[in-house]
Design a protein around this ligand. Structure first.
Ligand SMILES: [Zn+2]
Length: 183
């Protein structure tokens, strides 16, 4: 066992079977937003907030590098947007889709504002596994808690293998760009 493996959280508790066909277009949009973030020089993450009728109400992408703000995660931005623009019942009925599972900060914000289901294309565990595979040190100052750890009882689904592979490709491109820039 490598040192990285011992740090990994428990295996993903959910499977792609819980992600329905209706969820896929939203997840694909998240991956598009992640690609937009990468093209802009940010980290490749994107998220959308969908209401009970299936309408996309808000979307955002990572802006950590361009705003020099480590909290500029799209899931955090969507939680704050929801607090400002949606009533409690609308928040509870909304689904947040994201290219990569919420980090503990964003999961907490999601829980505090009372948003509903989370569906992710790739899991935090996968992101950690990719970094271990690439020999990249884990830089998060937070414990590797899952959304389920942070918000017990919340409906959570993911990952989706095909889309997770695309997210992995974006993360790899980000790593290469970072190395090229000597960051
Ligand atoms: Zn986050």
């Amino acid at each position: 066992m490598t040192p990285h493996e011992s740090d990994l959280p428990a295996p993903d508790a959910t499977s792609a079977a819980e992600v329905g066909e209706a969820d896929l277009p939203y997840l694909r949009r998240c991956v598009e937003l992640a690609a937009e973030a990468l093209a802009a020089g940010d980290l490749p993450f994107g998220s959308v907030l969908v209401d009970a009728d299936g309408g996309i109400r808000a979307e955002d992408r990572n802006r950590e590098i361009t705003t020099n703000d480590p909290t500029a995660h799209p899931e955090f931005a969507l939680a704050r947007w929801a607090a400002a623009h949606l009533k409690p019942d609308e928040r509870a009925a909304a689904t947040v889709y994201t290219s990569g599972e919420h980090c503990p900060m964003c999961a907490a914000a999601h829980g505090w504002v009372g948003l509903g289901r989370i569906v992710y294309a790739s899991s935090s565990r996968q992101a950690r596994e990719w970094k271990a595979e690439w020999g990249v040190p884990l830089t998060s100052p937070l414990s590797p808690l899952t959304v389920r750890d942070i918000v017990p009882g919340l409906e959570v689904a993911g990952p989706v293998p095909e889309l997770a592979a695309q997210v992995r490709g974006l993360q790899w491109r980000r790593l290469r760009a970072k190395q090229g820039a000597g960051e």
